[in-house]
Design a protein around this ligand. Structure first.
Ligand SMILES: NC(=O)c1ccc[n+]([C@@H]2O[C@H](COP(=O)([O-])OP(=O)(O)OC[C@H]3O[C@@H](n4cnc5c(N)ncnc54)[C@H](OP(=O)(O)O)[C@@H]3O)[C@@H](O)[C@H]2O)c1
Length: 339
């Protein structure tokens, strides 16, 4: 530092101790806040175990309800919750795939837990199907609900060009199904004073995703819905969490190979179930109820909030989606030529 500048600065400190003390205090406070947040994210993500599933009725005859249980992340939730000692209600459209999941749970648990299947197409908003599900749920001791079912756009597309039906299906599946199934399950949980509700969210709800606007909006809805509901029922022994998810290998993500950032559904679900009650990478970011559980997703979430600058991430996502759309259209062209 220039000697004259140094003398000037010392002069300022000596002449106005109060403003300088205030600045030093604010600097120390910001540093302490940053250090504390980093420590909490680290401990929750890598060291501390979350709330035990026993608190929600594992091995005590309670049921776990999983929507979208025939494939991907939902299938894994069903299998791992079954292995933890919950009876499982499997909900989706494809009965053969659901029966396969039920058989796998029976094999893994030596038939120690019961499984049931409920077939429903959430895109249909079918009143009688919802009523049937509600009646069934009222007769079960539901300890855990995983609102996993979800639909994204067929490929990144500008909102103006998105089919109306696609938007309607995404809202029906991602928003209406979560609201209605939660509404059917919650009174029983309140009565029993215990329950865990997990809502499958996405980074697309955290960082607005151009060219996946409807999907992105529905996932943002889930984050806010979860925070509000979590606060309503916290004093009644019910935990409601929004699972902030980056990429996971699945049919929906269209990613088949794992990498540090893209776990298998098994690793992803294991991370979520072992961190219940925590926030992981979402700790101290003003998103109560959100859990970013898988370690690399937690690091990305943490980094995004330390760096800030959300608009840069939105611009990056936009150019990424333009590229994905180009490649998807080229693939469709190639396939059309083969026919
Ligand atoms: N994979 C990722 O990278 C990723 C990232 C962020 C968030 N997520 C979220 O994670 C959740 C699960 O995604 P996933 O990747 O595991 O998807 P997936 O492998 O495509 O599985 C989707 C599940 O939902 C069921 N389903 C789809 N449409 C349905 C409908 N209309 N009615 C009833 N069930 C329906 C499917 O079963 P049937 O076909 O038998 O009905 C299947 O069991 C979604 O909410 C998704 O938004 C995933």
């Amino acid at each position: 530092m220039d000697a004259a500048l140094k003398i000037w600065l010392l002069d300022q400190v000596n002449n106005c101790p109060w403003p300088c003390t205030l600045l030093l205090f604010l600097g120390a406070l910001t540093f302490a806040r940053f250090t504390f947040k980093t420590l909490v994210v680290f401990l929750q993500t890598f060291i501390l175990p979350g709330t035990s599933l026993k608190k929600f009725g594992a091995k005590k005859g309670a049921w776990a309800v999983v929507t979208g249980a025939s494939d991907g992340i939902g299938r894994e939730f069903a299998i791992q919750l079954g292995s933890s000692g919950f009876n499982i209600l499997l909900v989706a459209r494809n009965s053969k795939m659901l029966n396969d999941v039920a058989a796998e749970i029976a094999a893994k648990t030596k038939s120690a837990v019961e499984t049931r299947i409920y077939l429903i197409d959430f895109a249909q908003d079918d009143k009688s199907k919802y009523e049937g599900l509600k009646v069934l749920l009222q007769h079960l001791d539901v300890g855990v609900l995983v609102n996993n079912v979800g639909k994204s756009h067929t490929m990144p597309t500008y909102f103006a060009e998105t089919e109306e039906q696609e938007n309607a299906d995404i809202v029906a599946i991602n928003v209406n199904a979560t609201i209605r199934v939660t509404h059917a399950v919650l009174p029983g949980m309140i009565q029993r004073k215990r329950g865990l509700i997990l809502n499958l969210g996405s980074f697309a709800g955290l960082v607005p995703s151009p060219m996946l606007a409807t999907y992105s909006g529905t996932k943002a809805f889930l984050a806010t819905f979860t925070s509000a509901l979590a606060e309503e029922v916290r004093s009644q022994g019910i935990v409601v969490q929004h699972l902030n998810t980056y990429f996971v290998v699945s049919k929906m993500s269209n990613i088949r190979r794992t990498s540090a950032l893209v776990p298998t559904p098994a690793s992803y679900v294991h991370a979520c179930l072992s961190k219940i009650g925590f926030s992981g990478g979402a700790a101290l970011t003003g998103r109560p109820g959100t859990l970013t559980a898988f370690w690399t997703h937690a690091v990305v979430d943490y980094a995004m909030h330390v760096i800030g600058w959300k608009s840069r991430f939105i611009t990056y996502t936009h150019s990424l989606h333009k590229d994905i759309r180009k490649r998807a259209l080229r693939k469709l062209e190639r396939e059309a030529k083969k026919v």
